[in-house]
Design a binder for this molecule. Structure first.
Ligand code: HEM
Ligand code: HEM
Length: 187
């Protein structure tokens, strides 16, 4: 049974906590940045966040996607899983980068703040959407019991493939969607 390494799992779950912290403690408006302690803390947090995302990306980029699957993975499925992971990384790099851009514009008192905030808000929005899809897809895979969940999530482990009628109906629909993706986007 294939599983992600202990290091990959540790990075995935400690980073999830860091992301949740970053989202909850977010700056509510520009005026808050007048407090130098808060501004410095935000800059330090964004730098640490950025370095960890980059290191994680470098470590994970050559690791097989959906590596825990007990079954051969449809090319169309692999394509959307990889695309979602890439978009997650893109949003996670954009978040601290545009945050640092806001800090730079604020300190230097130069124009462009509205654009920087727009990009920052877009990055946050993209991260909610892509991570939301990621979590729902993981739960769906857990329902099917195909092994992907067990390779990354240490709790509520699957024991066997779900053979129920509803799951096999969903899998038939899924296969048609993957065929379309392969036909239109990969070939
Ligand atoms: C309840 C929450 C979550 C669950 C159940 C979950 C589940 C999983 C699973 C099963 C995998 C393995 C997929 C594979 O083998 O290809 C995975 C990988 C991944 N997850 Fe999550 N995840 C969660 C939260 C998050 C969060 C919050 C983030 C981003 C901040 C995230 C980002 C990623 C990325 C980028 C990968 C690809 C492998 C890597 O680069 O580490 N996940 N996740
Ligand atoms: C990893 C680092 C960061 C994360 C995860 C993060 C996250 C967020 C989120 C989720 C929002 C709310 C966006 C929305 O309304 O949709 C926000 C807003 C904001 N952030 Fe960040 N941020 C980070 C770094 C920074 C930095 C370094 C600064 C500047 C010093 C900054 C300044 C702001 C400001 C001014 C807003 C309010 C924008 C507004 O007026 O609507 N952020 N941030």
């Amino acid at each position: 049974m294939n599983s992600h390494t202990f290091l990959a799992k540790t990075i995935h779950w400690t980073f999830s906590i860091l992301y949740a912290y970053g989202i909850f403690k977010q700056v509510d408006d520009l005026d808050e940045l007048k407090d130098p302690a808060l501004l410095n803390f935000e800059i330090l947090f964004a730098l640490i966040f950025l370095v960890i995302v980059m290191l994680r990306f470098l470590y994970m980029k050559d690791v097989k996607t959906l590596l825990g699957s007990h079954y051969e993975i449809h090319k169309g499925h692999l394509f959307i899983a990889k695309a979602t992971h890439w978009l997650i990384y893109f949003s996670l790099i954009m978040l601290p980068t545009t945050g640092l851009l806001i800090a730079g514009i604020f300190n230097l008192n130069i124009p462009g703040m509205r654009i920087a905030i727009g990009l920052h808000e877009f990055s946050a929005f993209l991260s909610y959407i892509t991570i939301g899809i990621h979590v729902v897809a993981s739960l769906y895979s857990r329902l099917k019991g195909e092994g992907v969940w067990n390779a990354m999530v240490p709790i509520w482990q699957e024991s066997k493939k779900n053979e129920s009628k509803i799951v096999s109906t969903l899998e038939t629909i899924e296969k048609k969607i993957y065929d379309q993706i392969e036909e239109r986007l990969i070939k």
